[in-house]
Design a protein around this ligand. Sequence first.
Ligand code: SF4
Length: 232
Amino acid sequence: MIPRPIQRLLLTALYDAFAEWADTFAFACRKGCATCCTRSVTMTSLEGDGIMAFLAEADRPPELAAPAFQPTPNRTGQCTTNTFVAAHLRGESVEEAESWDLRPCPFLKEESCSIYPVRPFGCRLFASLDPCAASGVAEMPPGYLAGATALLQYIEHLDNGGRWGTMVEVLAGLNSGQADGCGESTAPIPGFLIAPDERALVEPLLQGLLARKVNAQTFEQWLQIARPTSSQ
Ligand code: SF4
């Protein structure tokens, strides 16, 4: 398992690579637009640790005692990103989560994100070519979601032994010291869901990230170290 400090460096490298790629699109998203900031955002415990450290530095851990972070009653198990992709690759149908919680994210304050520097990747990938406040539907360029999903898979793969779930439930678990009881176990990359006509758009993102060096190893080498028996 990769030590947490190096996992965090890898996460930062991934965030940077994605931000550079996303900047090549003309998205309509602006500060103050928060239609996509709901309690259904998902993340890994790796990202959760970064948020916990950010909150601790600002004396904000008491916020996690708010009702918004209480475990959802009658929660049913969900597919992580990698278990979802694995099921699709096996040709199995995958049921959507029954109860997405579309209430505002508890970190949304005055229409701005109060943990912006450490917001999880599930927030960073939100984007739309058209303002989506009225329709509630984001319009993404071809290949964008495939690229973002591949990076979600990398993060889950790196967080070997970690947890995956909604941001609120993962943080509640970490805050109570019962992280193992929240969400689902993370899983290795089983392959990708990138259509042939999306490859030309997605490859620059993936190849650029895989070649990035972190602590003298490439990102690709770190993926192998994280879960040596899996395929990327
Ligand atoms: S963490 Fe920030 S960016 Fe993410 S949903 Fe909450 S308010 Fe929005």
